[in-house]
Write a protein that binds this ligand. Sequence first.
Ligand SMILES: Cc1cc2nc3c(=O)[nH]c(=O)nc-3n(C[C@H](O)[C@H](O)[C@H](O)COP(=O)(O)O)c2cc1C
Length: 152
Amino acid sequence: MRIAIVYTSVTGNTKELAALVHERFTLRSVDVEIFPIKQFPLNSISEYDGIAIGTYTWGNGSIPREMKNLFSKIEEFGTKRLSTAVFGTGDSFFPYFCGAVDAFRDMLYVRTNLAVTMKVEQRPQFKDVAKCSRFVECLLDQIRKELEVVSR
Ligand SMILES: Cc1cc2nc3c(=O)[nH]c(=O)nc-3n(C[C@H](O)[C@H](O)[C@H](O)COP(=O)(O)O)c2cc1C
């Protein structure tokens, strides 16, 4: 099972959330690769069974510029064999809370096998740890189901 977390972060909130998600995988003894978007080779998407995408939201509920190539790549080459999940941080002061998570969700739902989404208000708090555990469980369940189907 090969899984990647790919995230972007400017002020550190989404980076912290990505680290929490990564830690939850590690506690389940699942080895997961973690990449800031700038270090993720876009051509390697097809090598993964699961990808968890982490993003903050910018502008008027928009996807950050540095995430647009990843978005387009999956939109064009996504497959239902790829299990996905998306998480993000945002600020509910803005009219469109975590809009980038919703934009990824809508595309991933159509182009991939979307397992779960998660939104966190600004910096992750202690209560968000349990959300991260559930998030990881959902993605793992979906990947396992998909691998079972393939091996049949
Ligand atoms: C100019 C600007 C626009 C933003 N627009 C939104 C928005 O539309 N929706 C939202 O939920 N958060 C918005 N945010 C809040 C950030 O997404 C939030 O602070 C996030 O946690 C930052 O993540 P990071 O620390 O990983 O960079 C905006 C922040 C700034 C500075």
